[in-house]
Write a protein that binds this ligand. Structure first.
Ligand code: NDP
Length: 498
């Protein structure tokens, strides 16, 4: 079988090797998953939750091993791995264990004064799809892969996770964890491999949860449409930050530096472009540049060793550099950074650009690297128009001391999630839905929708007793037809609503 070597992007060292699974291996995995799933779905939520809570404990007990695995295949800092991959997973395991039942319990629906269904008992059920395929990217190997498997499992599905070929080791560790924590066999498998493995997975599962680029998302959506299976897409973004003249500039500048550079900018919801009102533009640029220029970058060596890690995916280095070169060629100025570094590992210097505009790729496309372009705007109106001038709509933020104005502005931004005086942290609010508009995706993760999407909806209507011949049943007679009309008049004639 073909294998893929996994390298440490910060050092270039080979840290593992995984097999490339093809369609026939996937067929076996899916068949086993299908056989195991009904027994799992038949368990009470509490029994499924018990395993997730054991896994939560396992992650904390094995935190150093989890972090070492994530860091070895991503070259990210200890802190980025701890806050996101470890922190998210322990939160998510607890959250879905505690809330799955509440979101998926049968719902009683009242018939209201509808003569057609009066007196009937009506119930909405959430029934697991069966086998869910989760396909993940490389930037957060646990968050955006395993993180989506937890609600799918808690809903009673079997799950097959296809991690990125660049970062499969963390997912394999998650499989080991679930086995140790008592998850019955075949309910969770990791299908290592390349894009072909992902494509083969979509051909066989009952539902797809995909996180990755907009380009691949379209391919996955087409394949899912052909099979008429549900497909949820969490795709790329180019998230704007609007800084109003009345903002707390110290906080806004700190946040801009952090939320654009954390995880070396490889975050779907990172601040990718800043629009700053003219009166505070100079001060904001000065503060952000000072902070970014002071960041330490290099191979991580435990807690507190560096602020920025490596560029995980080899071609990403050229994409980031090409966008910076394009911006400079069109008149942008580099205030700090601006170069790729390949001294053993793959790095891109933390970079701040000014004198940018929307003719530049860096303002219109996802960069997915440690680069923050900052643009001066003459009014909030101009900031909103530029923020919305994008094919993407994943996330956005507004910074102002006037919270009412901040919220009004947030409501005008075309993005699935908008923060006022914050960024990215909404991702940790697991009861708050998050998902992209426009080319940033379809569907949401987190909240009720984040687990109901892994289920089919079944509605039940139960008639305990009814008239043998209701007004609308055969045989049609003038008298009963008129009577029904009169009933409509009586019930709805005065604009009464159901
Ligand atoms: P890609 O789209 O390149 O890959 C994503 C996954 O899809 C990988 O596992 C990949 O496998 C797999 N894949 C590739 N081709 C196919 C195919 N034909 N059918 C099915 N699966 C396939 O994305 P990246 O890994 O480069 O991730 C970066 C992107 O992810 C960025 O655009 C980022 O914004 C986005 N992202 C979005 C998030 C969100 O929540 N909205 C969160 C995190 C990232 P392989 O790697 O083996 O080729």
């Amino acid at each position: 079988m073909t294998t893929i070597d996994v390298d440490n992007p910060a050092t270039g060292a080979i840290v593992g090797s995984v097999p490339v699974l093809g369609a026939s291996e996937l067929q076996t995995l899916v068949a086993r998953a299908r056989a195991a799933q009904p027994g799992w779905a038949a368990l009470a939520f509490e029994e499924r939750a018990r395993i997730m809570l054991r896994a939560q404990r396992w992650m904390l007990d094995n935190a150093e091993r989890v972090l070492a695995t994530v860091i070895s295949e991503t070259g990210k800092t200890y802190e980025d791995a701890q806050l996101t991959d470890l922190g998210y997973a322990v939160t998510a395991l607890g959250f879905w264990a505690a809330n799955a039942r509440r979101y998926l319990a049968d719902e009683r629906v009242r018939p209201g004064i509808n003569p057609a269904v009066l007196g009937r008992r009506m119930v909405v059920r959430h029934v697991p799809h069966g086998v869910v395929g989760v396909i993940g990217p490389w930037n957060f190997p646990i968050v955006n892969g395993f993180g989506d498997c937890v609600p799918a499992l808690m809903a009673g599905n079997a799950v097959i996770l296809k991690p990125s070929e660049v970062t499969p080791l963390s997912s394999l560790l998650m499989a080991e964890m679930l086995t140790e924590c008592g998850l019955p066999a075949d309910l969770f498998s990791v299908a290592t491999g390349d894009g072909g493995t992902g494509a083969a997975l979509v051909e066989q599962v009952d539902c797809v949860m995909f996180t990755g680029s907009t380009r691949t998302g379209r391919v996955v959506a087409r394949a899912a449409a052909e099979r008429l299976i549900p497909c949820y897409l969490e795709l790329g973004g180019n998230d704007p930050m609007i800084v109003c003249a009345d903002a707390d500039i110290e906080r806004a500048a700190n946040a801009a530096a952090y939320w654009s550079m954390n995880n070396a900018g490889q975050v779907c919801i990172s601040v990718e472009r800043a629009y700053v009102e003219s009166p505070v533009y100079e001060e904001f640029v000065r503060r952000v540049t000072e902070r970014v220029a002071a960041l330490r970058q290099g191979p991580p060596d435990g807690p507190g060793s560096v602020d920025l890690g490596a560029v995980i995916f080899p071609p990403q280095l050229e994409i980031v550099d090409a966008q910076v070169r394009d911006a400079v060629a069109r008149g942008a100025r580099v205030l700090t950074g601006g170069h790729a570094r390949q001294d053993g590992g793959r790095f891109y210097e933390p970079t701040v650009l000014v004198d940018v505009d929307h003719t530049m790729e860096i303002m219109r496309e996802e960069t997915f690297g440690p680069v923050l372009p900052i643009m001066r705007v003459e009014s909030l109106e101009q900031g909103v128009a530029l923020a919305n001038d994008s094919p993407y709509g994943l996330q956005a933020s507004v910074w102002t001391r006037d919270l009412a104005r901040g919220e009004q502005t947030a409501r005008r931004l075309q993005a699935g999630a908008v923060c006022v005086n914050d960024a990215q942290v909404n991702y940790s609010a697991l009861n708050l839905p998050m998902g992209g508009w426009k080319s940033s995706g379809i569907g949401t993760r987190h909240g009720a929708g984040g687990i109901r999407k892994y289920c089919r909806t079944q509605s039940l209507l139960v008639t305990r007793f009814g008239l043998r011949r209701e007004l609308f049943m055969f045989p049609y007679t003038r008298g009963r037809t008129r009577l029904l009309r009169r009933l409509y008049e009586l019930l709805y004639g005065r604009g009464r609503r159901l």
